[in-house]
Design a protein around this ligand. Sequence first.
Ligand SMILES: Nc1ncnc2c1ncn2[C@@H]1O[C@H](COP(=O)(O)OP(=O)(O)OP(=O)(O)O)[C@@H](O)[C@H]1O
Ligand SMILES: [Mg+2]
Length: 286
Amino acid sequence: MKIPQRLQPLVEDGLVDEVISQLMSGKEATVYMVSTGDHIQCAKVYKEANKRSFKKAAQYQEGRKGRNSRRSRAMEKGSKFGRSQQEESWHNAEVDALFKLADAGVRVPKPYGCYDGVLLMELVVDADGDVAPRLNDITMTAEEAVKQHTELMVHVKRMLCAGIVHGDLSEFNILVDAHGPVIIDLPQAVDAAANNNAKKMLIRDVQNVTNYYAQYEPSLSETRFALEMWALYEAGELLPDTPLTGEFIDSSGEADVDSVLQEISAAFEEEQERLDRISSADAPEE
Ligand SMILES: Nc1ncnc2c1ncn2[C@@H]1O[C@H](COP(=O)(O)OP(=O)(O)OP(=O)(O)O)[C@@H](O)[C@H]1O
Ligand SMILES: [Mg+2]
């Protein structure tokens, strides 16, 4: 096909030879199948900020460090330089996360690099060599659902061990190839240690995936992997090979509420007795 303008610089630099087809155009990016020599790749062209719904950027960017302080200050101020730095940090966030996650053993497309707002990465394909479908586009048996769900929980755990929460994980951002689920679309990935919303996002990510697979195997909706993982992570006890059960015992259950209420009323009674003693001691003697 005709080379789209945003891919022109990559063609000129020899990073891309030919643009084979457009895979799709979403809210944040347009994705193409491209070739370099006899190698087929995927090129994700980010939309410019003003054409993009910035997905509550502040919530996601909290705790994300600019690479130097001038850059961070500019990003905070929102100057023109700041906006372009924010743009760059958004693009870099995805390629950085992909490199980190590939290293951590998470199934993501292999990244090749990010150039001029274009992310080049492995094209995920199915058993026939066609572009892999999204999880949302396939059906499966209950057994397959349990298998894929278990695998994804392992990947989410490895991600958390690498300090990353996806932040937008769902059946639309998971592709399924011949070996199972592959996680994509990470520009909003959040820093698990520095972002106050990380726990909330992890719970939502796991909930989305679990709800989806629970259509095929309803018992999956009883699992509580996010809370289990987060508790271990916070305690510094989560390792890539830590076994997970999907069970989580809530330590703030009803029994605890009762005992706290009992403590409060006991303290209240004690205080009343103390006040009574003081007032009877102060009372003038008859
Ligand atoms: N590495 C890849 N291999 C194959 N297909 C891909 C790859 N990356 C993205 N796609 C396809 O392009 C679509 C959009 O990619 P992605 O989710 O990263 O971008 P997006 O603009 O955030 O999309 P959306 O707004 O729909 O979430 C995916 O749903 C998938 O079908
Ligand atoms: Mg997406």
